[in-house]
Every structure is written in structure tokens, then in C-alpha cells.
Design a protein around this ligand. Structure first.
Ligand SMILES: Cc1cc2nc3c(=O)[nH]c(=O)nc-3n(C[C@H](O)[C@H](O)[C@H](O)COP(=O)(O)O)c2cc1C
Length: 337
């Protein structure tokens, strides 16, 4: 990254780079039965299948590892440019490039099993282009030992009618219900919400009604960057997904809305993401109602971000006099309350 993404104003002194102590029990979270040593995880698509980052960060210190989206067939993805940097964030249009289900199971999952033995839970992100795609991939992956949860990337168009799964509540409810029904009951189902909707509480409710055990939010915002000299979009795909600090306040707001309107009463935990770079960002998400936290774009600036955030959270909890992270989740009080 040519420019730091963090902007101005944060004192990061509490995020020491010294070798951290082992994770404090205060950070342990239980996401609908998915028990993590700490809330920190990788955001899908930003950390490959894990081993690519093994020399850059201590993956065993994560609460969970989330894979790149896996599709039934291998995909080459979009033409270059697929990534461009913007002020305070980045745009990507990777086009779901991935090795496909069979190669994932044969070559990538065994590596992840080794990682799981060291502590982190394994979450496999799955994408598809038809209900049948999702159902068959998820049923197969969930039958493998050592897969703790599946995260559904529903920000993909359905080949049948062109509707994006994650923006149409009825379609979302259908795909979630069918996937949940086809999966081994002990594997948790996480549904990853798209922010590209008028009212995210409608899709959140549809996912919960379909049987989602956990919600994760948010995926990227559809956006465009323009090469003013060529008078063309900078991405070959014309549009892409905006991520990074630029979307953080938007993501915090959506987590707050979904927590209050749907998730809290339904008892469905939320994994919050969107621009988390420092522990202070993570605390905003926790207060708004997230129980788990994922880091994506910030990994490209500093792969150790999730570990540093966990250290900062530990110190924050101690300063607040909290024995457990559960004491802060969803405790945001609005003015007037
Ligand atoms: C380069 C890149 C690739 C991504 N690929 C995927 C993907 O394959 N599946 C998915 O569900 N989300 C994908 N995402 C979205 C992230 O998982 C995350 O939801 C989003 O980037 C917001 O978090 P962040 O601001 O911390 O990056 C990708 C994001 C980036 C930046």
C-alpha cells in the first residue's frame, strides 16, 4: 500500500509489537456454540487459504480462520486490474478466483486441519450461482471433519434470474433454508450480509428465518474509481467492492441496526467487519453488537493486525474493569436512552 489507510487521530500506543502473552480467557467468545479463544478472524478473500500468510503472522493466535470463497468449479476470476487503492480503502473485483471445491478439499483443507490443531476454528466461505450450487458445495464441505462453520457469500448473482442472493429477502431465505437443511447439524451456518440494499434488516431477518446460526457483516460496497486520463473505470470489471477504513462507520451503523432490530432478540450472534484496523475500531463494533470481528483490508498493511487488535482489546477490557468481553457486547447506549 502506498499510503497508510488509517487516517488521522488514533493513538496506537497500546498496540505493542512485543511478543504477546497467550490469549486471555477474557477474550473468549461463544458464537451460538462456535467457541473461539478470541473474537479475531480473517475476512474471507484477504488471507487466501492460510499458509500463504504463515510466515507473516502467527495464525494460531486467531480465534478463527476464514477461507477465500470456494465455488463448485474452479474460477480464474476477472481480468486485471482487479484491485485499486482509493483514499481510505480499496476496490476489488477479483471475480471469485479460486481453486474450486475438489482441489480445495484435496489440497487446502489438509493444511487448514493442521492450523485447527493449533487452536483456531476453521470457517469455509462458500459462493455459488444457483441454489443447487450452494446446497451441494455446503453439504459436501460440512461432511468433512474439522470444518467448524460455513460462511455463505451471498453477494453473487443467481444465474436463473440475475437476482443477487443477498439482496432479495425471499431468495435469501430459500437458499439459507435449503443449505441449512442439507448440512450436518453440528456445523454452524454463517450468512454474510451485503450492504448493497435499502434496508439490511429485511435480509438479516430473512437469513435468520432461513436458519442462519450466525450473521456476518458486511461484505463490500459496490463502487467505482475512474482513471481521469483514460476516461475509463480503473477496474477492468468497471465496478468493484469498496473495503477498508472508508466503510467502517457505515459498517458499524449497520451492525447496530441489525443487532437491535433482529439479532439480539433472535439470539443470533454477529461477526462484524468493515475497516477494522485498530483495537478502537474493534471496540466500536463490539459496542454496536458484534461478538466476533474480522479483519480484511488492514491485513495488506500489517498482517499482524488481528493479533495486535486482540492485545488492545485485552488492555481495554482491563481498563474498563471487565472480566469478559461479553460485558461490552451490544452495550452501546444511544443519546436519549
Ligand atoms: C481483495 C478482497 C477479496 C475479497 N474476497 C472475498 C471473498 O472471496 N468472499 C467474501 O465473502 N468476501 C470477500 N471480500 C470481502 C471481505 O471479506 C470483507 O467483507 C470486506 O473487505 C470488509 O472488510 P475489510 O474492510 O476489513 O476489508 C474480499 C475483500 C477484499 C478486499
Amino acid at each position: 500500500m502506498r499510503q497508510p489507510l488509517h487516517g488521522l487521530g488514533y493513538n496506537t500506543a497500546m498496540t505493542s509489537t512485543a511478543a504477546p502473552p497467550s490469549t486471555s480467557p477474557a477474550l473468549a467468545v461463544d458464537l451460538a456454540g462456535l467457541c473461539l479463544a478470541n473474537p479475531m478472524m480473517t475476512a474471507s478473500g484477504t488471507c487466501g487459504y492460510g499458509y500463504e500468510y504463515a510466515e507473516l503472522m502467527d495464525l494460531s493466535r486467531l480465534g478463527a480462520f476464514v477461507t477465500k470463497s470456494v465455488t463448485r468449479e474452479a474460477r480464474k476470476g476477472n481480468e486485471a486490474y482487479r484491485i485499486v487503492e482509493t483514499r481510505g480503502g480499496m476496490l476489488n473485483a477479483i471475480g471469485l478466483a479460486n481453486v474450486g471445491l475438489e482441489v480445495f478439499l484435496a489440497e487446502k483443507l489438509p493444511q487448514l486441519r493442521k492450523l485447527r490443531a493449533a487452536g483456531p476454528k476453521i470457517i469455509v466461505n462458500v459462493a455459488g450461482h444457483s441454489v443447487d450450487d450452494y446446497v451441494s458445495s455446503c453439504a459436501r464441505i460440512a461432511s468433512e471433519p474439522d470444518v467448524d462453520a460455513i460462511e455463505l457469500n451471498v453477494s453473487c448473482p443467481n444465474v436463473k434470474d440475475g437476482l443477487t442472493f443477498g439482496t432479495d429477502p425471499a431468495l435469501l431465505r430459500t437458499v439459507v433454508a435449503q443449505v441449512r437443511g442439507a448440512m450436518d447439524a453440528k456445523v454452524k451456518l454463517i450468512v454474510k450480509l451485503s450492504p448493497n440494499v435499502a434496508d439490511i434488516t429485511l435480509t438479516a431477518r430473512a437469513a435468520v428465518e432461513g436458519g442462519a446460526n450466525i450473521l456476518s457483516m458486511i461484505n463490500t460496497y459496490t463502487a467505482m474509481a475512474v482513471d481521469i486520463h483514460k476516461r475509463r473505470p480503473r477496474l477492468a470489471n468497471n465496478t468493484g467492492g469498496l473495503s477498508g477504513p472508508a466503510i467502517r462507520p457505515l459498517a458499524v451503523h449497520l451492525v447496530h441496526r441489525v443487532y437491535r432490530a433482529v439479532a439480539r432478540d433472535a439470539g443470533v450472534p454477529i461477526i462484524g467487519m468493515g475497516g477494522i484496523q485498530y483495537w478502537q475500531d474493534a471496540v466500536e463494533f463490539l459496542l454496536a453488537g458484534a461478538s466476533g470481528l474480522a479483519v480484511g483490508t488492514a491485513l495488506f498493511v500489517d498482517p499482524a493486525t488481528p493479533i495486535k487488535v486482540a492485545q488492545g482489546l485485552e488492555q481495554y477490557l482491563a481498563k474498563q474493569g471487565c472480566k469478559s468481553i461479553r460485558e461490552v457486547i451490544g452495550t452501546l447506549k444511544l443519546h436519549g436512552e
